[in-house]
Design a protein around this ligand. Structure first.
Ligand SMILES: [Fe+2]
Ligand SMILES: [Fe+2]
Length: 285
């Protein structure tokens, strides 16, 4: 496998999420024969997963935690973070790609329309703010992508599992078993996940939101668990209970994207009040 010269092969971060929609179509009507995922995957997305699976090691994730989780990069309000995330420049056609803020508002508005609790609406608004990691010049494969536990066997249900052959952790005997460095049922809080926007944002907001919101934020990219049912042996009862919320949220995350523009100014007062109720003022990022 040749080493890539481009550390960020996606034209923008949405390309990963668009591919998730293709992998998990809303209708689920397609028979399995038509779901040859690999064959239909864009080369940029495939290359993105190759890099992600090659470089997300336990050591890498621990190093990124040590680098970012002291939260000493910036002080920003939630709304400032939304505007900061919106400065992410897309390489693709600016007319068809929605700015990040619109995906977040569309997700939140869909949750609001369905009459869900206020914390759930706020979770929709903020769940991807950890993508500001890209603005710190982190490579795409360390910001987005399906997340997975490190230090134990990589589930075969993780997309492009074959690329884990090139991950140095695959050669560590202690990591090759089902439980690896963990004990059965230890709880996900003890499990080091691959590094990305989920874990980062969780630490930024963890003192302000109820548990289900924090689970959604922390595990919304853990598709092997919430879509494929893998890694149940590392979960405890609390995890299993709260993953119902992660699954519920995923429907809004994947299937509320629309090209209808969002009137940000009109929605702002509602969201300002919501933010102020849970996560007021400047937060440490
Ligand atoms: Fe996300
Ligand atoms: Fe999202």
């Amino acid at each position: 496998m040749p080493e890539s010269t481009n550390p960020s092969p996606l034209s923008d971060l949405d390309e990963w999420e668009d591919d998730l929609q293709r992998r998990y179509p809303e209708s689920e009507k397609e028979p399995d024969a038509f779901r040859d995922y690999d064959a239909g995957t864009r080369p940029s997305v495939k290359e993105f997963y190759r890099l992600n699976h090659r470089y997300q090691t336990l050591k890498f994730s621990q190093e990124k935690r040590a680098e970012f989780l002291p939260l000493k990069k910036r002080e920003m309000t939630i709304w400032e973070a939304l505007e900061y995330l919106n400065t992410l420049v897309d390489d693709s056609d600016p007319d068809i790609e929605l700015p990040q803020i619109e995906h977040l508002l569309q997700t939140a508005e869909a949750i609001r329309r369905d009459g869900h609790p206020r914390w759930f609406i706020l979770t929709g608004l903020i769940h991807d703010l950890g993508k500001i990691l890209c603005l710190y010049d982190e490579p795409q494969w360390a910001v987005v992508g399906d997340t997975f536990p490190l230090g134990c066997r990589f589930s075969e249900k993780i997309v492009f599992h074959k690329f884990f052959e090139d991950n140095p952790d695959s050669g560590v005997p202690g990591y090759a078993t089902r439980n690896g460095i963990y004990t059965e049922g230890c709880g996900l809080d003890r499990v080091t996940m691959s590094w990305g926007h989920d874990e980062y944002l969780y630490h930024v907001v963890k003192d302000g939101l109820p548990d289900p919101a924090l689970y959604i934020i922390r595990y919304h990219s853990f598709y092997a668990a919430h879509k494929e049912g893998e890694y149940a042996h590392l979960m405890n009862d609390h995890d299993r209970e709260l993953f119902d919320w992660v699954r519920k949220f995923n429907l809004y995350d994947l299937y509320t994207k629309s090209s209808e523009r969002v009137d940000v100014d009109a929605l702002r007062p509602f969201y300002d009040e919501l933010i102020n109720d849970f996560l007021p003022g400047k937060l440490s990022w």
